[in-house]
Design a protein around this ligand. Structure first.
Ligand SMILES: [Zn+2]
Ligand SMILES: [Zn+2]
Length: 78
């Protein structure tokens, strides 16, 4: 899976939205107007592995979104 950030190309809509794409899937439905939009390859991010590249901990432990991404605080001891 990959995450992509899309802007709906419909001039009456223009909604920004995040989508999760399955491998080989390049269409993302706009949540606002329902239009199926083709996702440019450059919009798609890295494949989702479920682990953070920075701290190697599960992404479920992270805060993330379009504008923010944060590793969870490190524990003092292992
Ligand atoms: Zn739209
Ligand atoms: Zn991390």
């Amino acid at each position: 899976m990959r995450l992509a950030t899309m802007k709906c190309p419909d001039p009456n809509c223009g909604t920004l939205y995040d989508v999760a794409l399955e491998d080989g899937e390049w269409h993302a439905k706009c949540p606002s107007c329902g239009q199926q939009n083709r996702v440019p390859g450059m919009n798609a991010g890295e494949a989702i592995t479920g682990l953070c590249k920075s701290c190697s901990r599960p992404l479920d432990d992270h805060l993330y979104g379009r504008l923010s991404f944060a590793c969870p605080p490190k524990k003092g001891k292992k």
